[in-house]
Design a protein around this ligand. Structure first.
Ligand code: GDP
Length: 451
């Protein structure tokens, strides 16, 4: 998402960087390029118009003419404007003073509501809340079942309508307004502090659906109404968002499928058009593919200034603390770094989620996007297979792995001997580096080291 927009904008700024003064022609040219890039990314026309007008006005002002580095200053202005159209400050969930906090989800069918319900529940649970999911999508066959599956994965209970489902192709019957109301009562009774109500969508905006959503809203009086929108739907996003804003007066936006390769303009337009902030982003089919949306970080990501904070948060979320402590202790005790440790490290890295996704958040990663595409996470699988084909003694004392052992290991793990060789080379490098660090030399190229 945003890759081509990002490439276009950074290319535009290249021409500006390092210029001592900007002429009006420089500014005009830059603004024209920005306008084209935004339109090509499917950003809604009124949003583009306002965006470029602001950038132009500020780029011609003293703010830029007196800046030490005018080109850099223009990049900063574009960054500010991106943050602004994405909704400004990070907006947190509005928690009720008297629980339960009621959160209602609305959006078209297929937008990703049911998936999001599971993600949100899991995330809230991780923060110490005790959410209850309520299944009010009685339109789409299988939606209740899907929510139950997500609830189970998230370890969060699901309140569902009682009338049975005769087949998986048939939606359960019942009145979603009643189910929603009963779900909230259930939460109150069982002392859940948050209720997440999943509602039905249709393939397109439709009066009946909107009425139903509005009725549910009126019945449960939610603290937040989150409008979930598929970021891949392009220009249609604006009309859909406006219709839902009029119909249910949502309080925040969730952008789903931000992992896709659509041009991302929808994402950039919705907050600006509706005046409602983007609160969360959904970035994949797994329950952990979910982020709090920070307009400033997203803008930095688009402008290729990297998004280190999100990267660190993701790493913390998936890092295995016990394993990290075990490794640290080994380090302090100056024990040998073995192949088992090497494998454990690789597995930690993989646990941090898709490496590709993580790498795209790093500053400067754009430069090597092609390399990223070529990066193959299956390499880690192969390393694992190779290490697993070794005897415990070989893993602890890799020195003993001679030619015939290498051949045996290659055969056992189904790889070529050259792969065993290169894996052992990488291991030796890693081992050397660990030794250097343990003896206080520090990481190569980094100041300081262990005291
Ligand atoms: P609903 O009809 O709004 O409840 O939509 P669902 O939650 O059933 O999602 C529709 C489809 O989109 C499902 O196949 C989901 O797995 C998929 N999906 C949902 N969120 C994401 C996301 O963030 N990224 C990707 N790639 N797929 C998603």
């Amino acid at each position: 998402m945003f890759n081509s927009l990002s490439d276009r904008l950074t290319a535009t700024f290249k021409n500006l960087r390092g210029k001592g003064r900007l002429t009006e022609a420089d500014v005009d040219g830059t603004v024209r390029e920005i306008r084209r890039a935004l339109l090509d990314a499917d950003v809604a026309v009124p949003v583009v118009r306002e965006f470029t007008a602001h950038v132009k006005e500020r780029a011609l002002s003293e703010e830029v003419s007196q800046a030490l580095n005018p080109g850099q200053q223009v990049v900063k202005i574009v960054n500010d404007e991106l943050v602004r159209i994405l909704g400004g400050e990070t907006r947190r969930i509005n928690l009720a003073k008297n629980p339960p906090t009621v959160i209602m989800l609305a959006g078209l069918q297929g937008a990703g509501k049911t998936t999001l319900a599971g993600k949100l529940a899991k995330w809230l649970k991780g923060q110490g809340h005790t959410p209850l999911l309520v299944a009010c999508d009685l339109q789409r066959p299988n939606a209740v079942k899907q929510l139950q599956v997500n609830g189970e994965r998230a370890g969060v209970p699901v309140y569902a309508p009682h009338p049975g489902v005769s087949s998986e192709f048939e939606a359960p019957t019942g009145d979603p307004v009643v189910v929603a109301r009963n779900g909230v009562s259930e939460a109150r009774q069982k002392q859940h502090d948050i209720v997440i109500v999943d509602t039905a969508g249709r393939l397109g905006v439709d009066a009946d659906m909107m009425q139903q959503a509005a009725d549910i809203r009126a019945a449960i009086n939610p603290h937040e109404v989150l409008f979930v929108i598929d970021a891949m739907i392009g220009q249609d996003a604006v009309n859909t968002a406006q219709a839902f804003n009029d119909g249910v007066n949502f309080t925040g936006v969730v952008l789903s499928k931000l992992d896709g390769d659509a041009r991302g303009g929808a994402a950039l337009s919705v907050a600006s058009i509706t005046g409602k902030p983007v609160m969360f982003a959904s970035t994949g089919e797994n329950l952990d593919d979910f982020e709090v949306f920070h307009p400033d970080r997203m803008a930095s990501r688009i402008l290729d200034m990297g998004d280190i904070l999100t990267l660190i948060e993701q790493a913390e979320k998936s890092w295995d603390k016990d394993e990290a402590e075990r490794m640290a202790k080994k380090f302090v005790d100056q024990e040998d770094f073995t192949l088992e440790d090497f494998l454990a490290q690789m597995q930690q890295i993989r646990k941090m989620g898709s490496l590709k996704k993580m790498l795209t958040m790093m500053p400067g990663a754009q430069v090597s996007r092609q390399q990223l595409e070529q990066f193959d996470e299956r390499q880690i699988d192969r390393i694992e297979a190779i290490v697993r084909s070794m005897t415990p003694h070989e893993r602890r004392v890799p020195k003993i792995i001679n030619g015939s052992r290498r051949a045996r290991i290659a055969k056992g793990s189904g790889v070529h001997v050259s792969e065993v060789n290169s894996m052992l080379e990488r291991f030796t490098e890693a081992q050397k580096m660990m030794k250097r660090m343990a003896s206080g030399g520090g990481m190569p190229g980094m100041p300081g080291g262990r005291a």
